[in-house]
Design a binder for this molecule. Structure first.
Ligand code: COS
Length: 383
């Protein structure tokens, strides 16, 4: 379907697609099998200016814009959601600075992330605080000119690979969500370390570790925004990043459909290619509908966010739910069409199905997204 992209938007698609075809697709199986971080590929993505996409021009970026990043992530997701996750998590890591950071903080951190010289990561989740984001236990206490952080973050993408970490900690537990604040922690800060890499079902090219703070001392000016505004910054960050996860889902589902349709044309059973059988055609038709409907919703949600940045929660959650639930269904059906071959790691669809699962879980489970949508509807219909 023609989405009438501008010349600049088409250039972003073409650049991301070329890197996906030339650099990601040939290596994705090996990186997945070895649980290997795709540093060389990410460096090539940086050379192609893809890390500049979420960052405004004044900080060396391409200008920001939700649709631009969505277009790139769709193409990368078509190749490998593990690599896409490592890439997207760097944008996620700098959103708190973009949203709430001071001019000095933006000047200090954004240019090196835009150039891809440094990677970023976002530290919210803890062992006992997943969906309940305000239930975090990590604390930050001001001691003279320094903040002292204590606690452990769990399942942090780009852990051990990033140089810049935006981290949420409680500065006043008695105030609940209003007692959370955000900080920048840098690789090498005293008292900060990362745990070993987690072993995962999917997205194995991405790195996932704990972030451990033991009397971690950081300068006072690493507080992002004002004390007590951390939870709001987290919510706005996730509102901004969820369309990117939706876009990874669109790309992943398209990739699975491509493999399934090509296979169905060449696989002969009962004397005919299996695409000639209506049972298979109907599965492919439903997959194609799901892919196109997801793409249309994700692009439109991104355009809405670019035009109305203060009104993004509902559309952001809607596109995340729809595109990632669709990706799970489409990749599962792709395995079904390839059947026994689909179950073997020699074909890419089993990896795609494993990778799809996390899209329904991270950056807020799809159940939490439905809560967000429901609460927004509750407000709208009260008017
Ligand atoms: N934008 C701006 N402000 C927001 C907001 C948003 N999208 N969502 C909530 N807020 C504000 C509320 O208005 C409220 O402000 P006041 O204190 O002034 O009333 C405050 O934040 C607390 O909101 P709420 O009471 O709704 O918070 P809850 O603790 O009930 O949590 C959910 C709300 C469940 C939506 C939140 O915890 C969440 O998003 N959880 C999922 C976290 C997640 O995605 N984790 C994945 C790991 S990160 S990769």
């Amino acid at each position: 379907m023609d989405y009438f992209l501008t010349e600049e938007q088409q250039m972003i698609v073409d650049t991301a697609r070329q890197i996906t075809e030339e650099r990601i697709v040939p290596h994705r199986a090996e990186l997945d099998e070895k649980h290997e971080f795709p540093r060389a590929i990410l460096n090539d993505m940086a050379k192609a200016d893809l890390f500049a996409l979420p960052i405004p021009e004044e900080f060396g970026g391409f200008g920001g814009g939700c649709l631009n990043i969505v277009l790139a992530l769709e193409q990368i997701g078509r190749g490998c959601v593990g690599i896409g996750t490592a890439f997207a998590a760097s944008a996620l890591g700098i959103y708190p600075i973009l949203i709430s950071g001071s001019q000095e903080m933006k000047d200090k951190y954004l240019p090196s992330v835009a150039s891809g010289e440094k990677f970023a990561a976002f530290g919210l989740t803890e062992a006992n605080a997943g969906s309940d984001a305000s239930g975090i236990q990590t604390t930050a206490v001001l001691d003279g000119d320094e903040w002292v952080l204590n606690g452990t973050k769990q399942w942090i993408t780009n852990g051990g690979e990033a140089q810049i970490y935006t981290v949420v900690a409680m500065t006043d537990r008695s105030k609940g969500a209003r007692g959370a604040s955000m900080f920048v922690v840098e690789e090498g800060d005293p008292g900060f370390s990362c745990g070993p890499k987690e072993k995962k079902m999917g997205i194995r090219a991405s790195s996932t570790t704990e972030l451990i703070f033991k009397d971690c001392r950081i300068p006072k000016d690493r507080l992002i925004g004002r004390q007590g505004t951390g939870f709001i910054t987290v919510m706005k960050t996730l509102d901004s990043s969820r369309p990117g996860i939706a876009a990874l889902g669109v790309g992943l589902a398209q990739g699975a459909l491509d493999v399934a349709a090509a296979y169905a044309k060449q696989r002969v059973q009962f004397g005919k290619p299996i695409i000639a059988f209506q049972a298979v055609q109907h599965m492919l038709a439903d997959m194609a509908i799901a892919v196109e409907a997801s793409r249309a919703l994700v692009y439109q949600a991104a355009k809405h966010i670019d035009a109305h940045p203060k009104d993004m929660s509902k559309v952001s959650s809607m596109c995340k739910v729809f595109a990632t639930d669709s990706a799970m269904k489409v990749t599962t059906d792709a395995v079904q069409i390839l059947a026994g071959y689909g179950f073997m790691s020699e074909y890419p669809v089993e990896k795609m199905m494993r990778d799809a699962k996390i899209l329904q879980i991270y950056e807020g489970t799809n159940q939490i997204q439905r809560n967000v949508i429901g609460q927004e509807l509750n407000k709208e219909y009260a008017k």
